[in-house]
Write a protein of this length. Structure first.
Length: 278
């Protein structure tokens, strides 16, 4: 039943399952059953409402590990596509209507327009639980971040909750959102801010050739503008509303533990400056 491993994440592994049209996402042994049930339910809600995502079939157990069987979506991640473009020195055309960043903005807007029931996770409380107590912040700074978040505008729209580019799979130029464990009802600007923070403050791996790094630095702002422009046109939100969510989006990214020290330093500096300005 269990085939070759085709994916690896911080909390799971993905294997081929039974036939070529299915995969199983096996979670680490310390993953709680209710978290897996939440991801299955959230993903089913997204799929049932016609969103571009892998269909969830069933929950399973394999050698003591909780798992979910999904439709197999073969393609490359948005993160892979980003690096392909950088290494090919592919320039950004702001007016290109079919740009990948415009497609991603449209996918997020589609998610945010769906009216759903059955999602009980409260956005700010959930974000605070994810952010935790990162060592880079003092207790006073963490308290200030929480106070800032409590003042953000509340909305009641369906949100993905984890929009990093590794959770977007591109197949035949169509984008699929995966990993719905953190789906919530809340303010969609948080979803968009996570992508913006990734673009604006990303640090490329140290082994990246200097020419590629230089190209990225000259292209970064154009890429950010394309994405924000498209989302704001589709949704009616403003760039100011999106930037208001930079602090929690950045704190959430820091808490993942997956960022390089240089990128963490950039995000910490941004958060401190924003808190001081507020």
């Amino acid at each position: 039943m269990l085939g070759k491993r085709i994916g690896l994440g911080s909390s799971c592994e993905v294997y081929e399952w039974m036939d070529s049209n299915k995969v199983v996402k096996l979670f680490n042994l310390d993953t709680q059953a209710d978290a897996v049930q939440r991801e299955f339910r959230n993903c089913y809600i997204a799929w049932e409402n016609g969103l571009s995502t892998a269909r969830p079939f069933e929950q399973v157990s394999w050698e003591g590990r909780h798992g979910i069987v999904f439709e197999k979506i073969e393609g490359e991640t948005f993160l892979d596509r980003i690096f392909e473009g950088l290494y090919a020195f592919r320039t950004f055309d702001f007016n290109e209507p079919d740009h990948d960043l415009r497609k991603l903005a449209a996918v997020l807007n589609d998610i945010h327009q769906i009216k759903v029931t059955g999602i009980a996770t409260e956005q700010i409380k959930h974000l605070k639980s994810i952010i935790g107590h990162p060592a880079v912040f003092t207790d006073d700074e963490l308290s200030a971040i929480h106070t800032y978040m409590d003042q953000l505008p509340v909305q009641r729209q369906f949100c993905h909750g984890d929009t990093n580019p590794g959770n977007v799979i591109i197949k035949n130029n169509k984008m699929y959102m995966v990993d719905w464990m953190h789906a919530i009802i809340g303010n969609p600007a948080a979803d968009v801010a996570e992508v913006c923070v990734m673009i604006e403050f990303a640090v490329l791996p140290p082994e990246t050739p200097t020419a590629v790094k230089d190209f990225f630095e000259t292209s970064r702002q154009v890429a950010l503008n394309i994405f924000i422009d498209e989302y704001c046109k589709l949704s009616g939100h403003t760039e100011q509303e999106i930037r208001a969510w930079y602090i929690p989006a950045a704190a959430r990214s820091i808490s993942s533990g997956a960022l390089a020290e240089e990128q963490v330093a950039k995000l910490v500096s941004m958060i401190r400056n924003a808190l001081y300005a507020s």
